[in-house]
Write a protein that binds this ligand. Structure first.
Ligand code: NAI
Ligand code: HPV
Length: 528
């Protein structure tokens, strides 16, 4: 079946072509869809690529029954409902590096246009007005630029502002005094930035915490005559508060590339002569558009080809080398989960994953997701994946615990998964044996050695002469061939376990007959 990709906004051909050249991939470009159209057709697609103007809300995501990946050709993902995507097991990727320069350059262009009234003067000139006095500006040199959010774009703006011989003071929760001093800028609290800056530019994402970061209270703390730039996201600035601050002359200029609602036309801020604006052009350069389109399309292709995506938004990001090393454990982990859930008769309440030995040198959360996926998949089906496994476990009130010890427990690496239900605890351990691959090496307190693959029968019995013989004849009578067999016991005549690898699926009727045999207490058939 072909992999169908819907692109709802204009993105560079450099990216689209790579998708179109891929066999079995169908690309549809539909930049004229409204919300209703998109909701009606989204179920036909495996992937969706957007920029900032398509609102990928829960109402779009829920009917998207075939959607596997959403690509954002740009940085901000505030137009995508990430919770809804995660809950529905849809991977979201973005292109965080490709437009940094362009956004930083646009910020500088806005800063310079603002300080010298260039758009206003140009506009007057176009109307045949030669007015040199009204458009007198201020120099940037020796003025203080306050930067709120010193990530990729904020930092590039800081370097450029230093080039303009401005003093720069920045606030970012991840900024340290040492890092600031290496960059030749001052580290400040948000209050210090608000109080000392002549120009303030914001470069945070739009998050719950940054919504209306510049509000009435913030404007009150600023220096009289301050000028504001927003080339990040509408919503970071409270627009009513900015409007009032301009009317009261506290703020003497604002340059806005973004507003809370886009497209923005006939907005009251645009009626003020102190406000200059562009229609969300921060990333609109040939270079940035090529970069982000190529980056996002390459990630979609990596996804299609089963590779590691570079820029996941709702999954931990994996480095290629790390992925190569951890991938064999992924397979083992998922199989341990699938195996263990067959041993449980009741619904899982707690999952405890313990890692021991060499494996603990890795970041293990992607592996834990695989194990949980393996456990949940039996009852929740293929809908479970590594993106929504934790969310679904949480929704089912299953508690997850994880522990690690670098001490080796008989094997160079060992993964033990325990499943607690209302009345029992079952556990299974597995390892990767050098050169031999994955093995299940322990079930509860019994030692075994089984490849987690194919048809397996697990039998608990009492260690008595003849049990194995009776069981073997019964299987033979049903034409079931035993490929390998493992037995372990606690002590002579005590509890024992049998693990049989057989050549075909074992029907319920055969299992029931096995259960009727004397000294057999428990039988499970597991297909891995
Ligand atoms: N106008 C446009 O066309 C464009 C706009 N953007 C916007 O710019 C934003 C920033 O982009 P990048 O620099 O690439 O992202 P980034 O993730 O590299 O940087 C964001 C920074 O904001 C900081 N931050 C978060 N909460 C904060 C808070 N409460 N106070 C201060 N700092 C805080 C983070 O620690 C981080 O360092 C994007 O999220 C996007 O919304 C990005 C590209 C183009
Ligand atoms: O990358 C971002 O966050 C941007 O805001 C750029 O938006 P755009 O892709 O130009 O609609």
């Amino acid at each position: 079946m072909a992999f169908r990709i819907l692109i709802t906004e204009s993105i560079s051909n450099e990216g689209i072509q790579r998708l179109q050249e891929t066999p079995n991939v169908i690309v549809e470009l539909r930049s004229n869809l409204d919300f209703k159209d998109l909701t009606a057709i989204i179920h036909q697609f495996d992937a969706l690529i957007v920029r900032s103007q398509t609102q990928v809300t829960r109402e779009i995501i829920e009917p998207a029954t075939n959607l596997k990946i959403i690509g954002r050709a740009g940085v901000g993902v505030d137009n995508i409902d990430l919770d809804a995507a995660t809950e529905n097991g849809i991977l979201v990727v973005n292109a965080p590096n490709g437009n940094t320069n362009s956004a930083a350059e646009h910020t500088m262009a806005m800063l310079m246009a603002l300080s010298r009234n260039i758009p206003q003067a140009y506009h007057a000139l176009k109307q045949n007005k030669w007015d040199r006095k009204q458009y007198i500006g201020v120099e940037l040199k020796d003025k203080t630029l306050g930067i709120i959010g010193l990530g990729r774009i904020g930092a590039e703006v800081a370097y450029r502002a230093r080039g303009q011989r401005m003093n720069v003071i920045a606030y970012d929760p991840f900024l340290t005094k040492e890092k600031a001093s290496k960059m030749g800028i001052e580290y400040g609290s948000i209050q210090a930035v608000l109080q000392s800056a002549d120009f303030i530019t914001v470069h945070t994402p739009l998050l719950k915490e940054t919504k209306h970061l510049l509000n009435r209270d913030a404007f009150e703390r600023m220096k009289p005559g301050v000028q504001i730039i927003n080339c990040a996201r509408g919503g970071i600035i409270d627009e009513d508060a900015l409007y009032e601050a301009i009317i009261s002359k506290k703020v003497v200029g604002a340059a806005l590339d973004v507003l809370e609602e886009e497209p923005f036309l006939q907005h009251k801020l645009l009626e003020l002569p102190e406000v200059i604006a562009t229609p969300h052009l921060g990333a609109s350069t040939i270079e940035a558009q090529e970069n982000v389109a190529v980056d996002v399309c390459q990630d979609i292709l990596r996804y299609i080809h089963g590779g590691v995506v570079r820029n996941p938004v709702n999954l931990p990001s994996l480095d290629k080398e790390f992925y190569r090393k951890i991938e064999p454990y992924f397979h083992l982990g998922e199989k341990l989960g699938e195996f263990l859930i067959y041993l449980a008769d009741e619904s899982p309440e707690e999952i405890t994953i313990s890692y021991a030995g060499d494996i603990t040198s890795y970041e293990l959360s992607p592996l834990s997701r695989k194990i949980i996926k393996g456990i949940l998949k039996r009852h929740l089906g293929t809908h479970v994946n590594e993106i929504n496994a934790l969310y679904l476990a949480n929704r089912k009130d299953i508690q997850i615990h994880e522990s690690k010890t670098s001490t080796k427990k008989g094997f160079s690496n060992l993964i033990t998964v325990e499943l607690k239900t209302k009345s029992t605890k079952r556990n299974v351990s597995g390892t990767l044996l050098n050169g031999l691959g994955a093995r299940i090496v322990k079930i509860d307190h019994f030692s075994v050695d089984v490849t987690p693959k194919g048809h397996i029968i697990v039998i608990h019995h009492t260690d008595q002469p003849g049990v194995i013989g009776k069981m073997g004849s019964l299987l033979a009578n049903h034409d079931i061939n035993i490929a390998t067999m493992q037995v372990d016991r606690s002590d002579i005549g005590g509890d024992a376990i049998m693990m049989l690898k057989v050549d075909k699926h074992v029907e319920e009727v055969v299992l029931n007959k096995l259960m009727m045999l004397e000294d057999i207490h428990y039988v499970r058939a597991i297909d891995l």
